[in-house]
Design a protein around this ligand. Structure first.
Ligand SMILES: Nc1ncnc2c1ncn2[C@@H]1O[C@H](COP(=O)(O)OP(=O)(O)O)[C@@H](O)[C@H]1O
Ligand SMILES: O=P(O)(O)OC[C@H](O)CO
Length: 501
């Protein structure tokens, strides 16, 4: 039997397909970006068909590069941008509308409607999540209320809801000719519709939101043989893993013991700490979420600090302000000045997520003087990610009572040395980058490989983890305190921009 496992990593910015071997080494990979669609302020959409086509394209390209076919893979896992909501017609396989992306805020009016009746705590107790625009429930409800005919189709089971994992899995396993309509526990825990303890759809929540059960996928584990892949180019292998991308990175970083944590710097930034078989309810503004459940093993939980805008701010400077042509050029620009020149940028483009959860916040640039240049703004943009992560770590330490000793990092931004050093300085603990930085894809490959016997247990996987680089804190405590103080002032300035909340 083959020792290769494939992972489809469908992220907010791009889709990758990576083939790994038993040691977690990359055998082949391909990647493609998809369009970000912004029809109105606050709206962010993706085209589900473009994502499906890109996924098939990168799979084909990576297989061809390694001269392999689907049947040369032992199994395939999917990992995905979470919460992003797709509703499609099961007979035509056509989406009823563009996918509503996780950071889209069009549902803020809907959110207020529900908050007039219920407190955040009611939703948190059941799901581990506050009621915000971030999670899938309100996005799905928006589609049911705004797309003509959608509610009727959903009630009759003719329209299917899914996050991107479900959409891809359904298409891979047969689509309109009998594709599996499934989601894994980690993705289901991000819908605001799943009971976090029982890991099943919660009838009270479905009734509260008016969501028909007939359109929901079946909740399955994160690693088991779900079924055969029936579409090209992966025909000949099985689908055996599914994990939300942030949970997949936790697995790829082998954070299997309570207290072990990772931080992924991508479009957004997501810090997850494994809390073992207990869902710890946060008092400091973090989320409680499912980390993973492999086959019949117990469900593992995590505390999560979600930051909506990290790498997306770099993209915004590139695409909207035309500061540079390539994301990586931000580093040279930011390094051309010795410090931030007292400029602070709070990227509250989608409100502020953890630990603030302020829907009414919007982006601000604070501290501007005639001295400030484009380079200071670029530096402030990079620093913003590190400050936001610091805020989340503070909350994580409060909730867990565990003092972080080092931060395992990964994601597209970890090639940025300036950011990584500044992060170590802001946290006053070392920041580590592992040898294999494609931890998200690796995590879902691990899920699929565990389900098909390539690895026997999670403990087996630890051997594949090793450090490539460590950034040690170098900043004086007094400098750190001064910078953090100004950042917190800037955060306050971003609040209550949107009125009527
Ligand atoms: N050298 C760099 N410095 C800072 N940010 C970068 C750099 N290279 C890429 N990025 C940012 O990283 C993000 C892409 O990371 P990735 O992990 O692929 O994202 P995702 O999984 O969300 O699609 C983009 O938002 C991009 O702006
Ligand atoms: O695709 P990423 O890496 O930006 O991750 C997005 C998150 O899953 C959103 O919750």
């Amino acid at each position: 039997m083959s020792n290769y496992v494939g992972a489809i990593d469908q992220g907010t910015t791009s889709t990758r397909f990576i083939i790994f071997d038993h040691a977690g080494k990359i055998i082949s990979q391909a990647q493609k970006e998809h369009r970000q669609i912004y029809p109105q302020p606050g709206w962010v959409e993706h085209d589900p068909l473009e994502i499906l086509n890109n996924s098939n394209e990168v799979v084909g390209a990576a297989l061809a590069r390694a001269n392999l076919s689907g049947s040369d893979l032992r199994a395939v896992g999917i990992t995905n941008q979470r919460e992003t909501t797709v509703l499609w017609d099961r007979h035509s396989a056509e989406p009823l509308a563009p996918a509503i992306v996780w950071m889209d805020t069009r549902t803020d009016q809907l959110m207020r409607r529900f908050l007039q009746k219920r407190e955040h705590s009611w939703f948190r107790e059941k799901t581990g999540l506050p009621l915000t625009t971030y999670f899938s429930a309100l996005k799905l409800l928006w589609l049911l209320e705004n797309v003509p005919g959608a509610r009727r189709k959903a009630e009759q089971g003719d329209a299917l809801f899914g996050n991107i994992n479900t959409w891809l899995a359904w298409n891979l396993t047969g689509g309109k000719d009998g594709g599996l309509h499934i989601t894994d526990v980690s993705n289901a825990s991000r819908t605001l519709l799943m009971d976090l303890q029982r890991c099943s759809w919660d009838e009270e929540l479905l009734a509260e939101f008016g969501i028909p059960a007939a359109c929901l996928p079946q909740i399955v584990s994160s690693g088991e043989v779900y079924g055969e892949i029936r579409s090209a180019p992966l025909r000949g292998t099985v689908l055996a893993g599914m994990l939300g991308d942030q949970q997949a990175a936790l697995v790829g970083q082998t954070c299997f013991a309570p207290g072990e944590a990772k931080n992924t710097y991508g479009t957004g930034c997501f810090l997850l700490m494994n809390t073992g078989m207990e869902a710890v309810h946060s008092k400091a503004g973090l989320l409680s979420t499912v980390a993973y459940r492999f086959g019949d093993e117990p469900t593992h939980y995590a505390l999560e600090g979600s930051i909506a805008i990290a790498g997306a701010l770099v993209q915004w400077l590139r695409d909207n302000l035309h500061f540079f042509d390539l994301a990586e050029q931000i580093e040279a620009l930011a390094r051309s000045v010795p410090d931030n020149g007292d400029v602070y940028l709070v990227p509250a483009f989608a409100g502020l997520y953890a630990p603030y959860w302020r829907e009414d916040a919007r982006g601000v640039i604070a501290g501007l003087t005639r001295f400030a240049t484009k380079a200071h703004v670029a530096r402030a943009a990079l620093e913003a990610t590190a400050y936001q992560v610091r805020d989340v770590v503070e909350a994580m330490e409060l909730d867990s009572g565990i003092r972080l000793r080092a931060l395992r990092s990964d994601g597209g931004m970890v090639v940025n040395e300036l950011l990584m050093q500044f992060q170590a300085d802001m946290l006053a603990v070392p920041v580590q980058r592992p040898r294999i930085v494609e931890t998200t894809a690796l995590g879902s490959a691990y899920a699929a490989g565990l389900a098909t016997g390539l690895w026997q247990s999670t403990e087996d996987l630890r051997a594949n983890w090793g450090v490539d680089h460590v950034w040690k804190p170098q900043m004086e405590e007094s400098d750190r305190a001064r910078l953090v103080h100004s950042w917190k002032k800037a955060v306050e300035r971003s609040f209550a921009w949107v009125e009527g909340n």
